[in-house]
Design a protein around this ligand. Structure first.
Ligand code: DX5
Ligand code: ZN
Length: 231
């Protein structure tokens, strides 16, 4: 049984990004999470296609690109060309979610939708069949190192139930404040993909941290999660 552990490079040391990614890959990371921020949708600026391309050259892992930007469709083609494996847009800035998800799939990418802590699950209910991944934000997006918002656990459970009812194969990912200590309850609620930035990059031994997070998740996997993990 496998839970996906996905380091977010937002907390990596960019002076040695290649080494940081190599250590994550050697340490058992399943994907690499890349946070694109535009200073408009979120109060922070990060990086774009250049960094995706750099990470692509350093690693053979799937690249999970989280777009915290307005008008994300402007970047789809460039990001896919740079090496993105999955593109996740925010429901809060997507009046044409169906069109965006369809386009992401046309480009050969995993299509994801992210929900801020204040956004209800109903924001994605009409597009579940267009979705490959639902990302439940467990902090308000914009920065690494924030504290997990516990009330989000209810939404994770609700999402798990709805995805199972719909027989959806979409992955359920959680991002923000994920640590070894809370991986167990997050997976028990129904998540199968855990994004972690500061919890991994603040440690000396990435391998041990990734393994501990995975073990914590695996021991807690609920029957519903187990079924999802095996899909
Ligand atoms: C926050 C980002 C996260 C961030 C998580 O807006 O989407 O991916 O890197 O960082 P931690 O794990 O430190 O909360
Ligand atoms: Zn993220």
């Amino acid at each position: 049984m496998t839970i996906r552990i996905v380091p977010s490079i937002l907390s990596a040391d960019f002076a040695k990004l290649g080494d940081e990614i190599a250590m994550c890959e050697a340490g058992g990371a399943d994907w690499i999470h890349i946070d694109v921020m535009d200073g408009v949708f979120v109060p922070n600026l990060t990086y774009g296609a250049k960094v995706i391309d750099t990470v692509r050259r350093c690693s053979s892992l799937p690249l999970d690109v989280h777009l915290m930007v307005v008008q994300p469709e402007k970047y789809f083609d460039d990001f896919v060309r740079a090496g993105a494996s999955g593109l996740t847009v925010h429901a809060e800035v997507a009046p044409h979610l169906h069109r965006q998800l369809t386009r992401i799939r046309e480009l050969g990418c995993r299509a994801g939708v992210a929900l801020n802590p204040a956004t209800p699950l109903s924001a994605v209910c009409e597009v579940l069949s267009e979705l490959d991944l639902v990302l439940i934000m467990s902090v308000n997006p914009g920065f690494g190192g924030q504290t997990f918002i516990p009330s989000v656990l209810r939404k994770i459970t609700e999402a798990r139930t709805r995805l199972d009812q719909m027989k959806s194969h979409a992955l359920l990912e959680v991002d923000g404040g994920v640590k070894v200590e809370n991986a167990r309850e997050i997976v028990a609620a129904g998540a199968t993909v855990l994004v972690a930035g500061s919890a991994i990059f603040s440690q000396r031994d990435y391998t041990a941290t990734i393994a501990a997070m995975r073990a914590a998740g695996e021991t807690a996997a609920s029957p519903a999660s187990r079924a999802a993990i095996h899909r």
